[in-house]
Design a protein around this ligand. Structure first.
Ligand code: UD1
Ligand code: CA
Length: 451
């Protein structure tokens, strides 16, 4: 197999987003669009990945170089078309002689199978491979002109197309594969002699054929190659991602009673036999293991939920929550950077932050880990099988021993030994008959004040 590289085009202005954030940094499924392209390139084995950016795009350059290192971006200034943009990456790919895939930074949902098929076409001798799709209303897309044998003959931009060509419903997605040497050789011959006055990448198809090379179309669904130019299209791409991922999870053995109300991230992992009730949101970094139950209206991010655990309804798992096998996190419980042991329970109204809860411990309603003094965060440790009574404030750093009890309403500021009972609350006093004496006195007082 030849070596592989990717060129990701992202030098467009993205003005229709009406945003101070560069277009390709807007997220789909919780991941910046440009990162979808980068991840795709990595998944198909690209060793070199160059992102083409415009002048004055520090934020984007910083983002990409943060992920792929210095030299992973190339500047196109000014932007003179897609062919010109690919040429801007030539220097960054100096010395590379393998196969190149061109991707767009604003087209996040391309399946890796389609890109793999394009690389395979190059391996079997195709000169240029193009990812195309059939569409009812081809609008402004470039049209793929094919010959009788299905071979790709040319790509014609809508603005330059004849009426006959405009009727073609097979369109160019923009994704294209070509061996590096041929790509840059052909691009050096591309002119801007067209309606838009741009250097079209698409012209390399016609030029390749003049050279005697064959060109091929690989097809995919329209939704797979949907580009994002506006917030409306961003929302459409998000919906397409959600629909696709929900279906994959259902097929893989996850139950969702109302899948259209469950929101997933690009990296959400949910194992089989997990049940997800309606209205659940998964932020990035969640792994739910087999047999867990995620009840309605819960919000999870950066968390691991082990086998058979139950979360919610109305629970919030924040980054660093690790819920052990069979543990239960109930309504209005928030967990952050805390490991909850096997079989432990916090069923109602609690905050568990920066802690470690031992197996089978029971945290009553209103248990609060007081983890922060306004400057630093501190740890709360709960021993195995400990029982914390309702409405207890555990002031960290603090350790509750194994099997210990904490009386309800305690403010615990000192460690509690194994198997001890800690009481840290006002003492109850009783005054016999006080209430009836009080009532009699007050009734008399009211009578005299009225006369
Ligand atoms: C391009 C294709 C068209 C295809 C369509 C699919 C060409 C000539 N046309 O058209 O056949 O159907 O995409 O969406 O290739 N970009 C740069 N620098 C530039 C110009 C563009 O980096 O100078 C980037 C943009 O940021 C974008 C991508 O290239 O990511 C496509 O550019 P765009 O202007 O949207 O191309 P279209 O005219 O839509
Ligand atoms: Ca476009």
């Amino acid at each position: 197999m030849s070596e592989r590289a990717a060129i990701i085009l992202a030098a467009g202005q993205g003005t229709r987003m009406k945003s101070s954030l560069p277009k390709v940094l807007h997220p789909v499924g919780g991941q910046a669009m440009v990162d979808w392209s980068i991840q795709l390139a990595k998944r198909v084995g690209c060793e070199r990945i160059v992102t083409v950016v415009s002048a004055n795009s520090e934020q984007l350059t910083h983002h990409v170089e943060g992920a792929l290192g210095k030299g992973s971006t190339a500047v196109q200034d000014p932007p003179l078309g897609t062919g010109h943009a690919v040429r801007a990456a030539e220097q960054a790919l100096d010395g590379f002689e393998g196969d190149v895939i061109v991707l767009y930074g604003d087209t996040p949902l391309i399946p890796s199978t389609a890109v793999e098929a394009l690389f395979q076409a190059l391996e079997s001798g195709t000169g240029v491979g193009v990812l195309g799709f059939h569409v009812k209303d081809p609008g402004a897309y470039g049209r793929l002109v094919t010959g009788a044998n299905g071979e790709l003959e040319a790509i014609v931009e809508a603005k330059d197309a004849s009426p006959d060509e405009l009727r073609i419903d097979l369109c160019n997605s923009g994704v294209m594969a070509c061996r590096s040497g041929r790509l840059f050789r052909l691009l050096s011959k591309v002119t801007n002699d067209n309606k838009k006055g741009e250097y079209y990448l698409t012209d390399i198809v016609g030029l390749a054929r003049e050279d005697g090379a064959s060109c091929k179309v690989v097809t995919c669904n329209e939704a797979d190659v949907m580009g994002v130019n506006s917030r409306v299209e961003l929302a459409t791409a998000e919906a397409a991602f959600q629909a696709r991922r929900r279906e994959e999870l259902l097929i893989s053995g996850v139950t969702m009673t109302a899948p259209e109300t469950v929101f997933l991230s690009h990296d959400t992992i949910i194992e089989n036999d997990v049940v997800i009730e309606p209205n659940v949101v998964f932020g990035p970094g969640v792994h739910v293991r087999s047999g867990a139950l995620i009840r309605a209206f819960s919000h999870l991010e950066g968390s691991i939920v082990d086998e058979g655990a139950q979360i919610g309804p109305y629970a919030r798992l924040r980054p660093g929550a690790r819920i052990g096998e069979g543990a239960r996190i109930g309504n209005f419980v928030e967990v952050k950077k805390t490991k909850v042991g096997k079989g432990a329970k916090a069923n109602h109204l609690a905050y568990l932050g920066d802690g470690d809860v031992g197996a089978n411990a029971n945290l009553g309603a209103g248990t609060i880990f007081c983890n922060y003094d306004g400057f630093f965060k501190y740890q709360t440790r709960i021993g195995e099988g400990a029982f914390v009574g309702s409405n207890s404030a555990l002031v960290a750093p603090v350790t509750i021993g194994k099997g210990a009890y904490v009386g309800s309403g305690s403010v615990v500021t000192q460690d509690v030994s194994d198997d001890a009972l800690a009481l840290a609350r006002g003492q109850q006093v009783e005054k016999a008959g006080w209430a009836s004496t009080f009532r009699a006195q007050m009734t008399e007082k009211k009578k005299t004040s009225q006369t």
